[in-house]
Design a protein around this ligand. Structure first.
Ligand code: ZN
Length: 152
């Protein structure tokens, strides 16, 4: 994909997911919950998971308030990990994190990011990295049973 096309797709996806966030709701029967906070930007979100006995994420949702990037990233995170095993979800978290830190070369390194690869541009915007990765750090905390994370 060309850089221009990636940028265009990024803008479309962020706009769309910010306007119509997927899985944006509380989950009364969640068995893993974590709160994420990015004080640098003011992004706050809660990730709800339902993980079954076979270690599969059968349901995932989020609530919160933040900038367009944090919200779009959270929305796309929930869409990406629903139905995945915990191991697959953790792998996506590591790939997304490495990509946003510029440590993953999308053209050479194997990855499973799919549409999430549109966030690769944040590696050039250090202040935005925390916005884009907040939902993923919060997901990781929820899986591990930690309740609160902050990016500071
Ligand atoms: Zn933000």
């Amino acid at each position: 994909m060309s850089t221009d096309r990636t940028k265009q797709l990024y803008q479309e996806l962020v706009l769309d997911h910010n306007k119509n966030p997927r899985n944006f709701r509380e989950m009364p029967d969640a068995n893993h919950i974590a709160h994420g906070n990015n004080p640098l930007c003011g992004d706050k979100l809660t990730v709800f998971l339902h993980i079954d006995a076979s270690q599969t994420v059968t349901d995932v949702s989020f609530k919160g308030d933040g900038c367009a990037i944090s919200k779009a990233s959270a929305s796309m995170m929930t869409a990406a990990i629903k139905g995945k095993s915990i191991a697959e979800a953790e792998q996506l978290f590591h790939e997304f994190h490495d990509m946003s830190m510029g440590r993953l070369d999308l053209t050479k390194d194997p990855h499973h990011l799919g549409k999430l690869a549109v966030f690769s541009g944040v590696r050039d915007l250090p202040a935005r990295v925390k916005c884009a990765t907040l939902a993923w750090h919060t997901l990781d905390a929820a899986i591990k049973g930690e309740e609160i994370i902050t990016t500071e």
